[in-house]
Design a binder for this molecule. Structure first.
Ligand code: ZN
Length: 396
């Protein structure tokens, strides 16, 4: 919506909300012409504007800086552009590269690459034609979970994917929430059938990027007290509230046990370990498990609303955080993230506002050495662990 439409709809609303007759009518005990200090009678009953129509425009006069290009080149470790699953609408690869060039994004990691021929298509259309600009991750084929030799099949599929050019394994949130075997039992993240797969990633030197659970509000009743009421109304299938779902805490506990069981594998706990609302928890996770990294894809809103705590966290864990967006492919999207990380601007829209909740964010104003690590140095260190293990295995 343009600023102009916002302003005009705002004026229109103020007429609706405060009919002139009501504003003008003085209280009986009030002398004519005097402006009162008490609330109007029945004011609460008059606040009937629909939530969807309430679009206030901030009157705050605050500096706004645009950051066209990131201060240091960027590796975006969380994207789905032109992936194998079709998560986002396809975009001509040349246009993607143009957006990256304009914003100083050197490399984009396409997480959802699947396996076999579909993976090969992503490698042939994105990775190979643009050397150094794209990386792709592979995934587990859950349709095979009931096979007697599931673990070995998945290790072989992983080796094949890495031999084709995949450089990591991505796990979606379905593990722990909805993947079931034929008996109907949910597969826990620390299920032993998966151990050989996580171990193989460690041997190959490729990271496992894993998404487990979702915002805390998704596990609470989607009622008037829910800070993501509008989002859950738009996407009722994103609610995991009720006895049919395991608790957020139990899913994360299984994930963290699995992390601890595989100390030689690097795990990227996506979406700020999926608990940016609870940075004490994320701090504890990073303090106890040195093989875990985090990234902040689609969590700018959560982190940006707690700028003092988040800044302290980013500085303390500057070697453990990577830049990720998970928000499509768009110049303005990248610039919004650079403004959040680099400036001290106050009270501005996170990317996608008000999709994740009716609050604004504040810039983190991160020091240069921290920015450089988050923008690319940490990701380069993690991807530098790749050992070309698939080929070594063939030779063995
Ligand atoms: Zn994602």
């Amino acid at each position: 919506m343009s600023v102009k439409t916002l302003i005009s709809s705002c004026c229109f609303l103020s007429i609706l909300m405060l009919p002139p007759a009501q504003i003008a009518s003085p209280r009986q005990d009030q002398p004519q012409g005097q402006i009162g200090y008490k609330s109007a009678a029945g004011a609460d009953e008059k606040k009937t504007l629909l939530l969807r129509d309430f679009q206030p425009v901030s009157m705050l006069h605050a500096p706004a800086h645009t950051v066209d290009r990131a201060k240091y080149y960027v590796i975006d470790v969380h994207n789905h552009v032109n992936d194998a699953m079709g998560i986002d609408d396809p975009m001509p690869p040349q246009r993607v590269v143009e957006i990256m060039n304009k914003t100083n994004v050197k490399t984009v990691v396409i997480l959802t690459g699947m396996w076999g021929d579909r993976l090969q298509r992503v490698i042939d259309t994105m990775v190979k034609p643009y050397p150094g600009r794209f990386m792709v991750f592979t995934q587990i084929d859950w349709r095979k979970i009931d096979d007697a030799n599931f673990s070995q099949e998945m290790v072989a599929q992983l080796d094949d994917a890495v031999a084709r050019g995949a450089r990591g394994l991505k796990q979606l949130k379905d593990l722990g929430l909805s993947v079931r075997d034929k008996s109907g039992k949910l597969i826990a993240i620390d299920d032993p059938r998966l151990d050989p797969v996580w171990e193989e990633c460690g041997r190959l030197g490729i990271p496992v990027s894993i998404h487990s659970t979702d915002p805390e509000a998704f596990f609470h009743p989607p009622d008037s007290t829910n800070e993501r009421y509008e989002e859950l109304t738009e996407h009722p299938d994103w609610s995991f509230y009720g006895p049919q779902f395991p608790s957020k805490e139990s899913i994360l506990a299984a994930r963290d046990l699995m992390f601890a069981k595989h100390p030689h594998t690097t795990f990227v706990a996506l979406h700020m370990a999926n608990w940016p609302e609870n940075l004490d928890y994320v701090s504890h996770l990073l303090d106890t498990l040195p093989n875990v990294m985090v990234e902040f894809g689609a969590r700018e809103a959560e982190l940006g609303r707690q700028p003092r705590r988040a800044r302290e966290f980013f500085i303390k864990y500057q070697n453990r955080i990577m830049f990720g967006t998970d928000n499509g492919m768009d110049e303005a999207m990248y610039r919004n993230h650079f403004r959040w990380l680099e400036t001290a601007d106050e009270y501005f829209d996170y990317w996608g506002y008000p999709g994740q909740g009716r609050w604004k964010i504040y810039g983190l104003d991160l020091p240069d050495p921290v920015l450089e690590k988050i923008y690319h140095k940490n990701a380069e260190r993690i991807f530098g662990q790749f050992r070309k293990g698939a080929r070594a295995r063939q030779v063995e």
